[in-house]
Design a protein around this ligand. Structure first.
Ligand SMILES: Nc1ncnc2c1ncn2[C@@H]1O[C@H](COP(=O)(O)OP(=O)(O)OP(=O)(O)O)[C@@H](O)[C@H]1O
Ligand SMILES: [Mg+2]
Length: 199
């Protein structure tokens, strides 16, 4: 009878992969601006209790491009890049459509608290900004979320299919103006990768 192998410690990256959608598990951020962002955030991090750098104030990215160019892949790759560098971080991810669904007022749910959790978490991935149907309520919600992250310099990874002018129409001037100041734009181009790969 062979002895069972000793338990390997579960790494932060393995724990994160359990929360990452299956299609983006193992995503590598190979875009130079995203690698540079991960470097900058890692360097800026304050050492945590175990000596590992933690995430603190830092830049945000707006990853822009047409459907299937790899925006979501790069965004999850960016989260993984930080974890792979040993950065200890709490992170949340949502699409803007899911955000609206999660925060719609309903009895028995403290949706204000959920908004605060997303607004305050050290790293937020907001996928597909501007893709969900807008209303006065969604505009206000997006404003509060983005404004909190803007004011507190909290690193935020945002993806969108919309070019700048359309983003402004979809989100309103106040959000678009803050995004212009707080984010570096990463433009992805090329064909729809989904039409070239089948998995
Ligand atoms: N750098 C990459 N290497 C390998 N596969 C990739 C890479 N980037 C993207 N893909 C794959 O291409 C497909 C489309 O990528 P992704 O979902 O990130 O696109 P997207 O720009 O977010 O699209 P949409 O705007 O429709 O949300 C996915 O199957 C993804 O796994
Ligand atoms: Mg996407």
């Amino acid at each position: 009878m062979t002895a069972a192998p000793p338990d390997e410690p579960v790494t932060a990256l393995e724990m994160a992969d359990a929360r990452i959608p299956a299609r983006c598990r193992g995503a590598l951020a190979d875009h130079p601006q995203i690698t540079a962002w991960a470097e900058q955030i890692t360097r800026a991090g304050r050492p945590g209790p175990a000596g590992a750098p933690g995430i603190s104030e830092g830049g945000s990215l707006l990853i822009v491009g047409p459907t299937g160019t790899g925006k979501t892949h790069q965004a999850y790759g960016a989260v993984r890049a930080l974890l792979a560098r040993g950065v200890r971080l709490r992170w949340e991810a949502t699409t803007s459509a899911d955000l609206h669904a999660r925060l719609r007022p309903r009895t028995g749910q403290d949706t204000e608290r959920e908004l605060q959790t997303l607004a305050r978490c050290p790293l937020l991935l907001l996928d597909d900004l501007g893709a969900a149907k807008a209303s006065e309520w969604t505009e206000e919600l997006t404003y509060r979320l983005i404004n909190h992250r803007y004011e507190h310099l909290l690193p935020t990874l945002i993806t969108t299919n919309l070019p700048t002018a359309e983003l402004r129409t979809a989100l309103g001037d106040r959000v678009a103006s803050r995004l212009a100041e707080m984010t570096e734009r990463v433009i992805l181009t090329g064909p729809d990768r989904r039409r070239h790969t089948r998995t």
